[in-house]
Write a new protein. Structure first.
Length: 110
C-alpha cells in the first residue's frame, strides 16, 4: 500500500504530481520529486532506538509544556499518525486538534 505524500508546509495530502514537481492543491507550495525521495530516506529513532516512520503512533515518555501557552502534554499520551519532517523537532503531529512539533527523544513507538 503506497503512503500518501503530504505537503511540507500545510501537511495536507491533496497534491498534484507534475512531470518534475509536486504541487499542493491547498496552499500552492511546490517541491521537487527529488526532495520527496530524500525525505523518505531520513532515519529518525525514538527514545528506545526504534526507527520511526510517517504514519506511526507514538507515546510520550515525558510531560511536555508547550511554548506560547499554558498547555501541557501529559506523559503516556498516545499520538497517532506522526509525520517525519526536517529540523530540530523531527515529528509533526496533531494532539487534541492542535498541530505540534515534537522531538523524537521524548517519544517511544507504540
Amino acid at each position: 500500500m503506497a503512503e500518501k505524500i503530504a505537503c511540507p508546509i500545510c501537511t495536507m495530502t491533496d497534491i498534484l504530481k507534475k512531470s518534475e514537481n509536486i504541487e499542493c492543491v491547498t496552499c500552492g507550495h511546490e517541491w521537487s520529486l527529488e526532495t520527496a525521495a530524500e525525505e523518505e530516506l531520513r532515519i529518525v529513532k525514538d527514545a528506545n532506538g526504534n526507527i520511526l516512520q510517517s504514519g506511526d503512533s507514538v507515546i510520550l515518555i515525558k510531560s511536555l509544556k508547550l511554548k506560547g501557552g499554558s498547555t501541557t502534554l501529559k506523559s503516556g499520551s498516545k499520538v497517532k499518525n506522526i509525520r517525519i519532517v526536517d529540523g530540530d523537532h523531527e515529528l509533526d503531529c496533531k494532539v487534541d486538534g492542535q498541530g505540534v512539533l515534537l522531538k523524537a527523544c521524548f517519544v517511544k513507538k507504540s
